[in-house]
Design a binder for this molecule. Structure first.
Ligand code: ADP
Ligand code: MG
Length: 262
């Protein structure tokens, strides 16, 4: 089996009329092996407010009590996941949706009692992904964690960026691509350089230039660089962003190990 390309679709590009789904189907038809991980934060927040459940974040993580967890599972694994799978299938692609609970794909443990059912990844079991890939489908993964034995709560809310990084690392992916809503990693001058070394990226986190939702993406890239040669942050709002980046013509920022340039 060819080494996969792992693509994380951000909440901010989900549902907008972008070309990501078309690109995924085109790449699949070219014979590329693809794995998709999606977020869904904005849709979860909308549904929580419809249910009258208040949302609270601590350090960018959603405090997840019993009621919140039910909505997270329903919206992430139900609505958002099926919407993506249906969109891929309707364009002639082949996709199967699953969550990190299915097949024990994402093993997690509770991060901090105060955050409730928020999980940190303990281990990735890649077999369910490999089985789906062998069948010729794109696995479309909702980042729900499966609580390891003895843990309180068997379903845990896991950050999608972190899950993408761990999955890419476990698969030894060919590349890891984050599609998001900015031109790339913005430096202190507000510009997005085409390349950053891992050290440069770390120091941008240290100095606070990288903040909020960009932190888990960059950390996931740094984590994945142990086995993944190319990790990229790309503007998913651009037309055919994914195809362009695969052709080496895209914009965005690539994080590389020192001395390595694409
Ligand atoms: P996604 O839905 O793709 O996960 P997020 O909103 O979680 O999107 O993360 C992307 C956001 O990170 C950007 O919209 C931007 O506001 C923020 N961000 C913080 N620091 C930076 C930076 N240095 N470069 C680019 N984006 C940054
Ligand atoms: Mg985010």
């Amino acid at each position: 089996m060819k080494t996969p390309i792992v693509v994380k679709i951000g909440g901010s590009t989900l549902g907008s009329h972008d070309t990501t789904i078309e690109d995924l189907v085109a790449l699949q038809k070219e014979g590329k092996t693809l794995v998709v991980i999606h977020g869904g934060g904005d849709v979860i927040t909308q549904w929580l407010s419809r249910q009258g459940i208040p949302t609270r974040f601590e350090k960018g993580l959603r405090v997840t009590d019993d009621e919140t967890l039910k909505v997270v599972v329903a919206v992430l694994c139900g609505l958002v996941n099926k919407e993506l799978v249906a969109a891929i299938q309707s364009l002639g692609g082949r996709a199967i949706g699953l969550s990190g609970v299915d097949g024990g794909l994402i093993e997690a443990r509770m991060k901090d009692e105060k955050l409730g059912y928020v999980g940190e990844v303990v281990k990735i079991n890649p077999e369910p992904i490999e089985a789906i890939l062998r069948g010729g489908y794109i696995p479309v993964i909702a980042p729900l964690g499966f609580g390891v034995k003895g843990e309180k709560g068997e379903k845990l809310n896991v950050n999608a960026d972190t899950a993408a990084g761990e999955i890419a690392a476990a698969l030894g992916a060919e590349r890891l691509i984050f599609l998001t809503d900015v031109p790339g990693i913005l430096n202190s001058a507000g510009k997005s350089p085409p390349h950053l070394s891992a050290d440069e990226a770390s120091s941008l986190i240290g100095s606070g230039v990288i903040s909020g939702g960009m932190i888990p993406k960059v950390e996931a890239c740094l984590r994945a660089l142990s086995t993944v040669p190319i990790t990229q942050i790309v503007d998913g709002r651009e037309s055919h962003a994914l195809l362009k980046v695969m052709e080496g013509k895209g914009s965005g920022t690539t994080i590389v190990l020192a001395g390595r340039r694409e």
